[in-house]
Design a protein around this ligand. Structure first.
Ligand SMILES: C[S@@+](CC[C@H](N)C(=O)[O-])C[C@H]1O[C@@H](n2cnc3c(N)ncnc32)[C@H](O)[C@@H]1O
Length: 510
């Protein structure tokens, strides 16, 4: 019997294994080529993505059921079967039967017999019964325990633990990392707005005045997205750009630089804010903040809207759903809006990327920006002329693992020293590009301390002319951003990628 969904899932697993394919690029292509839609497409996607996310747990369980290492093509089939048995509601006889049929067809009769025997052993226990058997005990080895039970590489769990500084919340973070993120859109100011995205079926975002969540459907079909007036962009990515624009500056404010702009998410928003300003967005935020405050006061509530800088305000999870219109769940901010100033518009953005094809993507998505291919460490621009600089540095991407199912297994701890060296060089160059009095955002989509706080504190030592601002003060609508002065977003707290932001001002001190 043809089983198109399982075949497509198996092909994706093999391609990821054999040629480092990206599952989220390959799967839509296979579905299109093979004419799979509706339930078949959903099943194939869940089978492939779920298996890839969970294989840190599944491989341990498979290892406990075999007496020799399976060949790679057999291992992928076992992983696929294990995912159906342990995490999907596929009845055991169907999970085993369909996987064995697939192996008979794709590999051979001998392998099918082997897979049948192993899957029957796996089926004898639930995931909750297996994990205590195959994972180290929590008390003896917390990192090893969490790595197996939540299917993350151990070094990633260690990096999250260091950055989070709260072992009790670590399982929650890892779980949030295992959930598929909602599709978030940005309505670029002056070009679109959330109301237009709502007409296309989106719901207003939680924090950013420009954000909307798309519950279903292809974002590419939304007219504003197709015309680059809106785009797909995580809410934390929007907020770090917004925070940079909100810092009050003395003197001129006409020239902005995005040093590592490709593929252009932040540049697209900065380009629009530079041209049109963010007054409308800030006004809306203030109004909602005040309304929330009034509502909370009349409800007699002391948490949530007025001072709820705690997890409680957000029900602890992204999957909890967004339960209302604009303003719901917002307003957990740490301060008021005193520090925040709307940018009035009238500035120009220069957007650079070292890779030509990525600079081209920036050019496509921006409208007014001057886009160049340039190495930020050997810049072609004049020094000391930019009023605001965004440095969204190349990094391990540990904060965005939930976006790509296989990403966590591809990252390598050994890349960290090389990346931090580049981050330091780019940061030095960003400081040189800034005029005295100008402000710089250092951003990573990684919470790894070596890439975040350490890079920033070392830069402060090398550059006595820098002063660090409290980034949280420029995001008053977001609560729970950490101890400061930087802001750290988290998937389990904010429903966003684990984005890091430090704001640095260049003073005239030497
Ligand atoms: C984290 S991504 C930037 C994401 C982008 N800001 C956005 O929001 O879409 C880092 C970018 O830095 C670029 N890059 C790496 N080394 C660079 C260098 N020396 N100079 C300029 N860009 C560099 C990479 O090509 C990559 O596009």
């Amino acid at each position: 019997m043809r089983d198109d969904a399982r075949n497509a899932a198996y092909d994706v697993l093999r391609a990821v294994d054999e040629r480092d394919a990206y599952a989220n690029l390959l799967m839509p292509r296979l579905l299109r080529e093979r004419g799979l839609g509706g339930r078949d497409a959903a099943l194939a996607t869940e089978l492939a993505y779920g298996t890839l996310r969970g294989l840190g747990s599944y491989d341990k369980i498979i290892a406990a059921c075999v007496d020799r290492d399976p060949d790679p093509e057999v291992l992928d089939a076992l992983r696929l079967g294990a995912h159906q048995l342990l995490r999907m509601r596929v009845p055991p006889h169907a999970a085993v039967g369909t996987t064995v049929d697939l192996v008979r067809l794709r590999i051979g009769q001998g392998a099918a017999k082997f897979v049948n025997a192993v899957l029957r052993k796996i089926a004898a226990r639930t995931i909750d019964e297996w994990l205590p058997i195959v994972a180290p005990a929590k008390e003896a080895d917390l990192l090893g325990h969490l790595a197996v039970t939540h299917s993350h590489p151990r070094w990633v769990v260690a990096a999250f633990r260091d950055a989070l500084g709260d072992d009790a919340r670590l399982p929650e973070l890892l779980e949030a990392d295992n959930a598929r993120p909602a599709v978030t859109l940005v309505a670029r100011p002056g070009r679109s707005d959330v109301a237009e995205l709502e007409e296309s079926g989106a719901e207003p975002g939680r924090y950013s005045p420009y954000a909307a969540y798309l519950p279903e459907g292809d974002p590419g079909r939304i007219p504003a997205v197709a015309a680059y007036r809106a785009a797909v962009q995580d809410e934390a990515s929007q907020l770090v750009a917004l925070a940079l624009a909100r810092v009050p500056l003395e003197g001129p404010d006409r020239l902005w630089l995005d040093m590592c702009a490709g593929p252009g998410g932040k540049a697209g928003l900065l380009d629009a804010i530079a041209a049109y300003g963010d007054e409308a967005g800030l006004e809306r935020e203030k109004r909602e903040h005040e309304e929330n405050g009034r509502r909370a006061a009349s409800d007699g509530a002391s948490d949530g809207a007025s001072d709820g800088a705690s997890d409680g305000g957000f029900d602890g999870g992204f999957d909890g759903g967004f339960d209302g219109g604009p303003g719901s769940g917002r307003g957990g901010g740490s301060g008021g809006f005193e520090a925040v100033q709307a940018f009035p518009g009238g500035a120009h953005l220069v957007a650079a990327d070292a890779q030509h094809h990525r600079a081209r993507l920036v050019w496509e998505t921006t409208r007014e920006a001057a886009v160049i291919t340039a190495d930020g460490t050997e810049p072609p621009w004049r020094q000391g002329v930019f009023d605001r600089v965004m440095l969204d540095a190349p990094c391990t991407g540990l904060g965005a693992l939930r976006r790509r199912p296989e990403a966590r297994w591809r990252r390598d701890a050994r890349s960290v020293p090389e990346l931090t060296k580049l981050q330091r060089a780019l940061l030095d160059s960003a400081v040189a590009a800034l005029r005295p009095g100008g402000v710089l955002a250092y951003v990573t989509c990684s919470p790894h301390l070596a890439e975040t706080q350490v890079v920033v504190s070392d830069a402060l030592k090398r550059h006595p002319e820098l002063e660090q601002l409290d980034a949280r003060a420029y995001l008053p609508e977001v609560g729970d951003l950490g101890q400061g002065p930087h802001a750290q977003f988290w998937p389990h707290r904010h429903g966003t990628d684990a984005m890091f932001l430090a704001l640095l001002r260049k003073t005239s001190k030497r």
